[in-house]
Write a new protein. Structure first.
Length: 244
């Protein structure tokens, strides 16, 4: 019995020591181009809602020491919104003459976003050092603030590893906790949780998959459920990133 117990302890120790651990780092190369597809749905109950699909092209223009220079540009927007009993639809691939009056009005709001470009400086850990929108477009600037991505930890991660990040914007704080669920076939699977505090209260739940070689987030699914001024809001975001 004692021998069996010793063998069990040794085997368990070997299993723990053999557990895979990896660094999460962005390994972009100059000229790398990615297609980012993002689907966003916002449900506000009786107040209406929003469904928007967007495609963005992201190109690494250069690497300067430990900083990547990235240019991003929105290529396509497809939106359906219900507000105040009125349905508004817009598809940027449809010619203006084929849009209905509401679509033409929405086009005027989205055209500046489609014409502008986002210039970002990002570290290998995913930290966004700076962003600049040219030409200046307030709506696109707000979009970039809400899409900062994930800051990777400096140490190696293994199953069970956790780290957190916090963003404060317009009186609202979003604290996100990342937990490594599994590592297999060159992918890191991460569970996401967190909370919203400040002027609004709520929770954050989701998951994401990171490629260990490139450090790129292959996909992510996030849900933010919160209460704002007595109204329940649910925002779901699905993202997919593919090298082209």
């Amino acid at each position: 019995m004692k021998k069996l117990l010793v063998l069990f302890i040794v085997a368990t120790g070997l299993s723990i020591n053999a557990q895979e651990s990896v660094f999460l780092k962005l390994n972009y190369k100059k000229g790398d181009t990615f297609l980012v597809q993002q689907d966003v749905s916002q449900n506000m109950g009786a107040q209406g809602g929003l469904d928007m699909k967007m495609k963005m092209e992201m190109t690494v223009t250069k690497r300067e020491k430990d900083t990547f220079h990235i240019k991003s540009k929105i290529k396509h927007i497809d939106m359906n919104m219900l507000q105040g009993g009125q349905v508004m639809s817009y598809d940027s691939s449809i010619k203006e003459e084929d849009l209905d009056p509401v679509g033409k009005m929405v086009k005027q709001q989205f055209d500046p976003m489609l014409s502008a470009a986002i210039f970002s400086k990002v570290t290998p850990n995913g930290e966004v050092i700076s962003t600049k929108v040219e030409p200046l477009t307030p709506a696109l600037e707000q979009f970039t603030k809400q899409n900062k991505g994930v800051n990777y930890p400096k140490d190696k991660v293994s199953v069970g590893s956790t780290w957190s990040d916090e963003v404060n914007e317009q009186g609202m704080s979003l604290k996100t906790i990342y937990t490594v669920a599994k590592i297999e076939n060159g992918k890191v699977y991460i569970d996401v949780s967190g909370n919203v505090s400040g002027v609004d209260k709520g929770s954050i739940n989701g998951n994401l998959i990171i490629d260990t070689k490139s450090g790129v987030q292959d996909s992510s699914n996030m849900t933010i459920s919160m209460s704002s001024n007595g109204m329940d809001i649910e925002i779901k975001t699905k993202s997919k990133m593919t090298k082209i």
